[in-house]
Design a protein. Structure first.
Length: 448
């Protein structure tokens, strides 16, 4: 159980906090030193976060199926908001605190402020002093703004981080239940029902704040305990700071008209900002969506850097890869086909029946059986002519971004034309616009 500071009432009956101890006042007055040090170091650290999130996205894109990726997309809306909030907070705070230090320095060197002179009219100087002459008040305002930004930024980052953690836990739980439980669709529906129940509970807690209800005895017995339980569920990490900071901020505007309008608007704003941050700061975000993944390599007229190993492409491969854009017809023709989890899961389903009767349980035998199944599932054609008699080997293609799983396919006597050729690779897909259950990818190359 947490502790609560008893509130006293003044002569008018308004509550107020006990007087602050001297040591706390001194800490507050000198907190700018720690703020500036932390802010400077944090700017460097937080600027690394987008790259770390990119790497995490790459890992998920390669090792999660389409259903899981759709859920992980929601997680990254909040994680990107955490990153954006921290970067903005620390940079803005550093700038404001630097202005504050600069103004304090000027005020200490020139304590008299605007010195009267004969260069400007007395009326003009009087108006300047009236509008800009209270330097001490300006310094205090900058100091308050800097500290407020620092605290508010941390509160927002803690809020979004907790949401990201909660959503991550839910997605991981769904994945575990899918692997060891029943039918995945019903598991997902069940968790969504629990989430809806939690949302309804949050609405009920808000409704209990209505003046006609909040003073009733039964409301007083259940209202705060339920709210506290919900806080624990919402903010499992750094709960005390997050709840305290958010309530300090919300209490400042609690009596303003349209409070709930602003509260709902803030929720909508968070969703919009999260989507914008996710799309603006992530080069991989679009690949979480099945439609983008499906069409990424489907343009048969486009020459893509990612389609040739010699181009040293540093991103994630979503289509077939040839060693070079120019092929020597006297050399062995090979193509590497990426097989991320979103496609492997379909192969495993289709190959499960054919592998039931295979003898032996050694990993090498299982791998060989799986490659044989892949050979029957993947479709290859060059210039519209189906290619047969290909050999398959598992190969991980390492790039600067990741080490991707796939298969290296060697073609014997492919039907090549001198000049431009078009390789088409079909891999199993359950996407609604798949042609004959295949995701078609194309690579343009030139034979000589």
């Amino acid at each position: 159980m947490g502790y609560f500071v008893a509130m006293e009432s003044d002569k008018q009956g308004a509550p107020h906090s006990p007087a602050k101890p001297t040591w706390l006042k001194r800490v507050e007055e000198e907190s700018w030193q720690a703020e500036l040090i932390i802010s400077g170091a944090a700017i460097i650290g937080t600027l690394q976060l987008p790259g770390l999130l990119d790497q995490l996205e790459v890992f998920l894109l390669l090792y999660q199926d389409s259903e899981a990726l759709g859920l992980w997309r929601l997680v990254f809306l909040y994680l990107r908001l955490v990153t954006a909030a921290l970067i903005f907070t620390f940079i803005f705070h550093f700038i404001v605190r630097a202005l504050w230090i600069g103004m304090v320095g000027l005020n200490s060197v020139f304590p008299g402020g605007f010195r009267p002179n004969k260069r400007f009219s007395e009326d003009f100087q009087a108006k300047m002093r009236e509008n800009y002459g209270n330097i001490d008040a300006y310094i205090l305002r900058l100091d308050g703004l800097a500290s407020g930004i620092f605290g508010t930024g941390f509160a927002a980052a803690s809020l979004f981080f907790n949401f990201g953690i909660v959503f991550s836990a839910v997605v991981i739980l769904i994945g575990l239940l899918r692997n060891f439980g029943g039918y995945s669709r019903w598991i997902t529906v069940g968790i969504l029902i629990l989430a809806l129940a939690y949302f309804v509970m949050a609405i009920i807690v808000s409704v209990l704040h209505i003046e006609k209800l909040r003073e009733r005895a039964w409301v007083k017995r259940i209202h705060f305990p339920i709210t506290r339980i919900m806080y624990r569920l919402q903010f499992p990490i750094n709960s005390r700071f997050t709840v305290t900071a958010l309530n300090i901020l919300s209490y400042q505007v609690a009596d303003r008209k349209g409070y709930w309008f602003y509260a709902v608007g803030m929720g909508v704003g968070v969703a919009i900002l999260g989507t914008v941050a996710d799309q603006a700061f992530s080069s991989n975000a679009r690949y979480f969506y099945e439609s983008t993944f499906f069409y990424e390599a489907q343009d048969s007229t486009l020459i893509r850097r990612a389609a040739y190993e010699e181009e040293n492409y540093e991103g994630v491969h979503y289509g077939p890869v040839l060693p070079s854009k120019y092929v020597d017809t006297t050399e062995l023709f090979s193509v590497w086909v990426p097989l991320p989890e979103r496609e492997l899961v379909l192969y495993r389903e289709r190959c499960a029946e054919s592998q039931k009767g295979s003898e032996g349980d050694k990993p090498t035998q299982e791998a060989a059986d799986f490659l044989d199944c892949l050979a029957s599932e993947i479709r290859l054609s060059i210039n519209g002519t189906t290619v047969r008699g290909a050999s398959f080997n598992t190969e991980y293609l390492a790039t600067a971004t990741a080490k991707q799983h796939g298969v290296r396919i060697h073609l014997k006597d492919p039907p090549l034309n001198r000049g431009k050729n078009l390789l088409a690779v079909g891999t199993p897909s359950d996407y609604r616009k798949a042609t004959d259950g295949l995701r078609m990818s194309y690579v343009v190359f030139f034979a000589h």
